[in-house]
Design a protein around this ligand. Structure first.
Ligand code: PLP
Length: 396
């Protein structure tokens, strides 16, 4: 039987757990299983491991360990930052965010609107950038929080976080950033950057799923969402996910060590892939910024080739990629991010995100581009609209 090559290009959706991370976690399922809140030796065995993990997560963004609160992932961290600030400052009824945020932010904002808050959803440039000027123009006396993501999960644009945070602080407004796609990939220093709250998630950096963290700058106001046993210094109740926390710590430690080299390697692979697609396939467009872009993100529109069909064919050829955001993949809705960037519905539905990672090789890139050439041509040939379009390129 013909073995189909398997190429995973959906690292923005999730990453495999690093073997060293798995090894670090394993003892905490069976041998060292104590509840950290207990008063006996079993708890004393576990607590140092949590402290160590917290220190590693903090070190990856130059935070103090006591500014890191473990959560169940990026979604919880996003919910907590927005709802926790809204609860802490009930008289401030306005929130500013952008149209290209992850649904963990957008749907939380919708919840807050139902509770009587007002939300400004900032537009973006055609490259998918939120400008600091637009943030400043939206600020009101009753603005409680500005939340703009560090890097976009679909098109990979890296936002001008420094400048946006500076605008916020100049007006005395706290700034939250969803750094789920950037943490462990880009250098982040919360001591020098004007960030008050920051969301992180372990499964995007070769850690386990279901564990994340929220960075909360010292003295930044935030009420807990979960009431209970008072874990995480009274801010996030619930028995700690000890293996998850240990895994996150290990993943952060590894990411810190590998970041520079891996960024250089991925940036080069990413640019090779973009170049090869632009060279070998007509009627394509790179979505997002060429410059301010995550090192592992390739998001392209293959005009007149519906992404659902292309993704299906890629899958049949062993290639895993994505049509929309990590967490809404499978949905046929056009991407809200591409629409906000000015794409037509047709183009949004002809766009595919490839995200590269630690196991991606040059051979993977060549294989995917070669498959894409055939698949896209075949799909286009099936499209009546394409056949009738004067600008349609010739296929041989
Ligand atoms: N924010 C961004 C930008 C993401 O990409 C994701 C996941 O894809 C999330 C939040 C949600 O994180 P989690 O899967 O840990 O809940």
């Amino acid at each position: 039987m013909n073995q189909v090559r398997k190429v995973y290009m959906d690292y923005a959706a999730t990453t495999p757990v690093d073997h060293a991370v798995l090894e670090a976690m394993l003892p905490f399922f069976e041998k060292t299983f104590g509840n950290p809140s207990s008063t006996h030796a079993y708890a004393r065995e576990v607590r140092p491991a949590i402290d160590e993990a917290r220190a590693h997560v903090a070190a990856l963004c130059n935070a103090n360990a006591n500014e890191i609160y473990f959560t169940a992932g990026g979604t919880e961290s996003d919910n907590w930052a927005l709802k926790g600030v809204a609860l802490a400052y009930p008289e401030k009824r306005h929130i500013i965010t952008s149209q290209i945020e992850h649904h963990a932010i957008l749907h939380t904002c919708e919840d807050l609107e139902k509770l009587g808050r007002e939300v400004t959803y900032l537009p973006v440039t055609p490259e998918g950038i939120v400008t600091p000027e637009s943030v400043e123009a939206a600020i009101r006396p009753d603005t409680a929080l500005v939340s703009v993501m560090f890097a976009n999960n679909e098109v990979g644009t890296v936002q001008p976080v420094q400048a946006i945070g500076e605008v916020c602080h100049a007006h005395g407004i706290p700034f939250h950033t969803d750094a789920v796609q950037a943490f462990g990939v880009l250098p982040i220093d919360v001591k020098t950057m004007p960030i008050d709250y920051m969301s992180m998630s372990a499964h995007k950096l070769y850690g386990p799923k279901g564990i994340g963290a929220l960075y909360v700058r010292k003295f930044a106001g935030l009420l807990p969402l979960l009431a209970g046993g008072g874990q995480e210094r009274g801010k996030r109740s619930g028995t700690e996910n000890v293996p998850g926390i240990v895994g996150f710590g290990k993943a952060a430690q590894i990411a810190k060590r590998k970041m520079q080299e891996e960024t250089a390697r991925l940036t080069s692979l990413r640019d090779d892939m973009i170049q090869a697609i632009e060279r070998d396939i007509p009627q394509v467009k790179l979505n997002g910024s060429r410059v301010n872009r995550l090192p592992n993100n390739v998001n392209m529109t293959f005009r007149y080739a519906p992404n659902e069909s292309v993704l299906l064919m890629l899958d049949m050829n062993g290639v895993a990629a994505s049509g929309g955001s990590a967490c809404s993949a499978g949905a046929t809705e056009p991407s809200h991010v591409l629409l906000a960037m000015g794409a037509s519905t047709e183009d949004a539905q002809a766009s595919i995100r490839f995200t590269l990672g630690r196991d991606t090789t040059q051979e993977d890139i060549s294989y995917v581009v070669e498959k894409l050439q055939t698949i896209v041509a075949r799909q286009r040939a099936l499209q009546p609209l394409f056949a009738q379009t004067a600008e349609a390129p010739k296929f041989v």
